[in-house]
Design a protein around this ligand. Structure first.
Ligand SMILES: Nc1ncnc2c1ncn2[C@@H]1O[C@H](COP(=O)(O)OP(=O)(O)OP(=O)(O)O)[C@@H](O)[C@H]1O
Ligand SMILES: [Mg+2]
Length: 242
């Protein structure tokens, strides 16, 4: 790493430490989660805990309920029964507005397809969650620039998604997920649309972010190599953790 990059990394680290409100023992847990769509029971009683700084992978055949579980843990969907706790906050008890604010502050998402807004630049896409979280525009821009810089996207900030490569788009999506310093990033097949080299770079990035900032990740993946690298594999089949 050259000196300039080292200094940048140091400032970014300091910034993260000050902005990071989560103690190391902070934990997400879910208890006896069930979920059905019509007659189809997709989740049949899931219990899990995820600690600060862990990188866990969720694996299993198509239709096992991985995405459904991730959406429920990430508060994008509600279980039929059971509860999701962030430390001692039961998210199902939060009202819609409170939940939206909670999600914006504590949770980041990365999907298989980047889901960046096509009419906005990379920088603007990364700023949006900060602006939604009521961070003032100049500060949101500063934070977004620092993160994009850290992810090696300094020269791509003013590009719109259509002007970025697949790997760059996914890195911008990671930057967007990181901008509010969330407790956890949920990633649903984040490298599913990437070639081998971009895939490996993205996976390395997750581990770099954990090393530098103790960032927590829950990653749904069909990639065995990635799963093997994670701290813990959560294997799912037919709506259960097996
Ligand atoms: N909104 C929905 N309405 C009806 N059925 C749904 C809905 N979402 C998911 N399902 C069904 O629930 C089951 C589990 O879906 P889910 O997306 O969680 O699987 P998955 O493990 O993520 O699979 P994949 O590896 O293919 O992404 C599937 O049979 C799916 O068709
Ligand atoms: Mg899925």
């Amino acid at each position: 790493m050259n000196k300039k990059k080292q200094i940048k990394c140091y400032y970014f680290q300091l910034f993260f430490i000050f902005a990071n409100q989560y103690p190391n023992e902070y934990m997400i847990s879910c208890k006896n989660i069930t979920k059905s769509f019509g007659d189809l029971t997709v989740l049949k009683g899931i219990d899990l805990t995820i600690s600060k700084g862990e990188i866990v992978s969720v694996v299993g055949p198509s239709g096992a309920g991985k995405t459904t579980l991730l959406q429920i843990l990430g508060t994008l969907d509600k279980p039929d029964s059971g509860e999701v706790l962030y430390e001692n906050i039961n998210v199902s008890k939060l009202k819609d507005k409170e939940l939206a604010a909670f999600r914006n502050k504590n949770i980041g998402f990365v999907f298989q397809f980047h889901q960046l807004l096509p009419e906005f630049t990379a920088l603007e896409n990364v700023m949006i969650p900060a602006l939604i979280g009521n961070v003032k525009q100049p500060e949101a821009m500063k934070q977004a620039k620092e993160i994009l810089d850290f992810l090696g996207l300094h020269d791509r900030m003013e590009h719109k998604p259509a002007q970025l490569s697949g790997g760059e788009k996914q890195r911008v999506a990671v930057a967007r997920a990181l901008v509010n310093h969330p407790f956890v990033i949920f990633a649903d097949e984040p490298s599913g649309s990437l070639d081998t080299q971009n895939k490996e770079e993205l996976h390395q990035l997750f581990f770099d972010l954990r090393k530098e900032f103790n960032q927590t990740f829950v990653i749904v993946t069909h990639d065995e190599q990635l799963a093997k690298l994670t701290d813990r594999i959560i294997p799912m089949k037919d709506g259960k953790v097996i």
